[in-house]
Design a protein around this ligand. Structure first.
Ligand code: ZN
Length: 155
């Protein structure tokens, strides 16, 4: 059964365990909707997300996230991480950046981050670390910080 299926569609188990159907990728059993605590790393820290929706195999216990499940899990994990560390919100980040007239790429360069990092923070696809959050608060509250970064950033 499993062999037939994988011959017909070898790509059924794709990266990130996002599946187009509800068959268990391990044993082929029809999976059922479930909610339970799932763990996801955020900035290298394991975050437990309670009552996360997913498909679960009643036979072998395999867990599969559909696209929407994975998206929701990621968003919830980031929200929990942000609350846990008391981080600035995406809107607060944007307000700090805009106050100094910086583009997302400008701020990323000054902080020596990857070019898309600030964009990912502001769109909620990722979240700043607690250490970077502190640096952003310094920029917000300490006059002259941006000038200091401009004087010291790598060329
Ligand atoms: Zn299974």
């Amino acid at each position: 059964m499993k062999k037939t299926r994988s011959e017909k569609d070898p790509g059924v188990r794709r990266r990130g365990r996002v599946l187009p159907d509800d068959a268990c990728p391990v044993c082929g059993t029809k999976m059922v909707e479930k909610r339970s605590t799932l763990r996801l790393p955020v900035n290298g820290e394991e975050i437990a997300v309670p009552s996360a929706a997913h498909l679960s195999c009643p036979k072998c216990g395999e867990v599969v996230l559909r696209f929407q499940d994975a998206k929701r899990l990621g968003e919830d994990a980031i929200a929990i991480y942000r609350r846990k560390h008391g981080l600035l919100s995406a809107d607060e980040l944007r307000a700090i950046r805009e106050r100094f007239g910086l583009t997302q790429a400008d701020l990323a360069r000054l902080l020596r981050l990857g070019a898309n990092t600030v964009s990912r923070w502001e769109s909620g696809r990722n979240v700043q670390t607690a250490a970077m959050d502190m640096l952003l608060r310094l920029i917000r509250d300490l006059p002259g910080s941006i000038d200091y970064l401009r004087d010291h950033h790598a060329a």
